[in-house]
Design a protein around this ligand. Sequence first.
Ligand SMILES: Cc1cc2nc3c(=O)[nH]c(=O)nc-3n(C[C@H](O)[C@H](O)[C@H](O)COP(=O)(O)OP(=O)(O)OC[C@H]3O[C@@H](n4cnc5c(N)ncnc54)[C@H](O)[C@@H]3O)c2cc1C
Length: 458
Amino acid sequence: MQAASLDQFRAQFRGQIIQPNDADYDSARKVYNAMIDKRPRLIAKCADVADVIYAVNFGRENGLLTAIRGGGHNGAGLGICDEGLVIDLSRMKGVRVDPTARTVQVAGGCVWGDVDHATHAFGKATPCGFISTTGVAGLTLGGGIGYLTRKYGLTIDNLLEVEMVLADGRFVAAGPKKNPDLFWAVRGGGGNFGVVTSFLFRLHPVKMVYAGPTFWPLDQAADVMRAYREFIVNAPEDVNGFFAFLVVPPVPMFPEHLHNKTMCGIVWCCTGREAKAAKALKPMRTFGKPAFDHVGMMPFPILQSLFDGLYPPGLQWYWRADFVKELSDEAIALHVKHGAALPTMHSTTHLYPIDGAPARIGKTETPFTHRDAKWAQVIVGVDPDPANKDKITKWCKEYFDALHPYSTGGAYVNFMMEEGQERIQATYGENYGRLAEIKKKYDPSNFFRVNQNIRPAA
Ligand SMILES: Cc1cc2nc3c(=O)[nH]c(=O)nc-3n(C[C@H](O)[C@H](O)[C@H](O)COP(=O)(O)OP(=O)(O)OC[C@H]3O[C@@H](n4cnc5c(N)ncnc54)[C@H](O)[C@@H]3O)c2cc1C
């Protein structure tokens, strides 16, 4: 990296360039997962699209390993790198709702809370995730699974257009009619194809939802899981409910006698009318003997931020995932065994339903190929104390190894650690070859490789 080249970069750049000697270097290099401790040479906090173009050109011309940071939430820490350059979009906020067209335009540095805030005022939402602090960019580019998935599809199924800066510094739009190959690739192919500076999403009429948790004691877990596997795939698509093993947090929302108890539960989110939702949920909410049931109408952004306080940035985080087509009795028995042994209060297992609307999109229509799976399963070891890093990792890996034979073989890219090429290829399945060809066209030198990497075709 030439000093003159850095001086020129600084002169062009409107945002902030942070180096290891700067006072805010340590806070700027922190990502959500405190297990990740990387030290880039430069962090370029972009103010606008021009800054992104300058940063991409600077990184490429100086041969720097270059990471792209949106919300910084990636479990594997793929929004940052050692030694190289980080193109950080966190200052690039801005959400514009078009109520007539029923769309929302979102700048590349937004988190989902920014979007919910803006769209809720119009009584609308686009499918996002289960927590409001996740970056729009990373979540969308990997697929996007959340409370509205069964009803309205994955986040990518609601993506209408992107604007992005390519590896050669060109700024382009991609949509069904503009660079359609690129548009196909970004709907699941992650940050492999360029820096997305803006997203355009379709909006749906979602304002209030019928939502909240139902918990059961562990001795009912196998029965509850068996009932849930039948219930959810036959429920109307207005009904969403993810299954969890969890430790009840010691907070006033929950009765004291349940605090710190390991339980199983379902977290509900229903769109549509309250009476209809209550009727649809009744068979599951009254199944067995629930220990806690707290479901009612609430604004969608409240549901979206319900877990923000429980999972602040700075926790140790290790997770493993799979897609699941069916929950056999054997798989359920293994879930109960490992789920009952959650190693810490924050650790958890979630089974997110992805049947319904996502299954109506073909396996090759987007890179997200596991359209026939019923659940995205994620096993999450979490704790504030770095001393527990090995304990949560060991539990997570053992649990994953036990359940992996019952999966489809690939995983949701956004729930993966750095697990190697074989896993990435299993994840994209028959779409991998087409992704590699598009990568060759738009990023032949694999400049954008700090990600779940798709290698350019030979
Ligand atoms: C607490 C928590 C909750 C989560 N909940 C959900 C959920 O409900 N549903 C769900 O689907 N996922 C969820 N995830 C997973 C999440 O989607 C991924 O971790 C995702 O990578 C985060 O995106 P980000 O922008 O915050 O991450 P970053 O760490 O900033 O980036 C992640 C990846 O995206 C790429 N990237 C980021 N910004 C851009 C951009 N502008 N252009 C091109 N590439 C870019 C980066 O290169 C990197 O490879 C959750 C993660 C956590 C930690």
